[in-house]
Design a protein around this ligand. Structure first.
Ligand code: SIN
Ligand code: FE2
Length: 210
């Protein structure tokens, strides 16, 4: 894995953008690792609390805890896959390496959410706030098609800015940016040879308070 020293941009609001964090070889290895995760813990269709409306992304997780959402139980972390009932598979080596290199946090990550986007999938602006340890960073890794990534401050409806996230790019939400609203308004199909028509985002988080 190549960490291109210096190619790291910290925005005024604290969001850290690390373009090209994973080189092409590391992206291929990570993709194989995530395909193994999906083989053990199949992608499922999360649903919005109360309305039951399906998300446009599919999801799975690895690590001790996984983030899930359904109509009756709402947003939550749990130790088992909602359909198979089995524990989530362990986090692969490159995921743990990214947490230690980018997260720089004293405790291991507990959840790695895998979001799988098709060409038409998107994710509305939201905060990651289902974690009890909000002192820990959120580390995000992207594979496959590029996307527009939008983020703003900590209140809904405020100004936002956007960057294009490409395969191999990383983002860290920490400090002032930990509770920033963020989302993916669209995928940019035709930008990836690694995973044509698809984008996979990994979100690494610490969940329990130390
Ligand atoms: C998320 O916020 O859960 C996903 C963000 C992304 O897909 O880049
Ligand atoms: Fe998020």
């Amino acid at each position: 894995m190549t960490l291109l020293a210096g190619l790291r941009e910290t925005f005024a609001d604290g969001l850290v953008y690390v373009p090209g964090y994973l080189d092409a070889a590391a992206q291929r290895i990570l993709l194989r690792e995530i395909e193994a995760v999906i083989a053990a813990a199949p992608l499922f269709q999360p649903r919005m609390p109360k309305t039951g409306k399906p998300f446009s992304v599919e999801m799975t997780n690895c690590g001790p805890l996984g983030w899930v959402s359904d109509r009756d139980g709402g947003y939550r972390y749990q130790a088992t896959h909602p359909e198979t009932g089995r524990p989530w598979p362990p986090m692969p080596p490159l995921v743990l390496k990214a947490w230690s290199e980018l997260g720089a946090y004293k405790h291991a990550p507990e959840a790695c959410l895998v979001n799988a986007y098709g060409a038409a999938a998107h994710m509305g602006l939201h905060q990651d706030k289902d974690e009890n340890d909000l002192g820990a960073p959120v580390v995000s890794l992207s594979l496959g098609e590029s996307c527009i990534f939008r983020w703003g401050g900590t209140s809904r409806g405020g100004p936002t800015q956007s960057i294009t996230l490409a395969s191999g790019d990383a983002v860290v939400l920490a400090g002032k940016a930990r509770l920033a609203f963020h989302g993916v308004p669209r995928i940019l199909p035709g930008t990836s040879d690694l995973l044509p028509g698809r984008r996979i985002n990994l979100t690494l988080r610490r969940v329990t308070a130390p």
